[in-house]
Ligand binder design. Structure first.
Ligand SMILES: [Zn+2]
Length: 155
């Protein structure tokens, strides 16, 4: 019944239809396999780079670096990590009130601890003062405090 409605009585027509369906199914399979393959390869590559960046970040310490060099290096790693694992943007605009705000805060706090953690000993006092602030300040603010301290140490 249904066959007759779409006019498949014509054998040529029916063959053609079967063929085109077969073709598109075949193409779909090939395309999705290709896609999965590509996605898989790219994704694995990204994962390795993410882990490399994280290891570099964990190994970072101030050492011989000035505050600016130390901060710039850490910031560079964070920016690269953000490119690989961006926090999705939301539609909230300037005053975000969704769950992504919490995720961003977690990230900012981790950055704040990261920069403070491996500072040289001369910064122990300013570091403990910053750590006393309940919600750790933004890294840019920490950076400016550290710069002030660095200036005092040099003079
Ligand atoms: Zn939001």
């Amino acid at each position: 019944m249904a066959d007759r409605e779409v006019g498949v009585d014509n054998p040529e027509n029916s063959q053609l239809q079967t063929f085109s369906i077969f073709q598109s199914v075949l193409w779909c399979n090939v395309a999705s396999e290709l896609w999965n393959d590509l996605k898989h390869r790219f994704y694995e590559g990204d994962l390795f780079q993410i882990v490399d960046l994280q290891e570099e970040m964990f190994a970072m310490k101030q050492g011989d670096l000035s505050i600016t060099a130390y901060f710039t290096k850490l910031k560079g790693i964070w920016e690269e990590l953000d490119e690989f694992k961006p926090i999705p943007s939301c539609a909230c605009g300037a005053s975000c009130s969704c769950e992504l705000k919490i995720i961003r805060e977690y990230r900012d706090q981790e950055h704040a601890v990261r920069i403070l953690r491996r500072l040289n000993e001369q910064y122990t006092i300013v570091k403990s003062q910053i750590m006393l602030i309940v919600l750790l300040p933004n890294v840019n603010f920490i950076y400016s405090l550290l710069l002030q301290q660095e200036r005092q140490l040099i003079n």
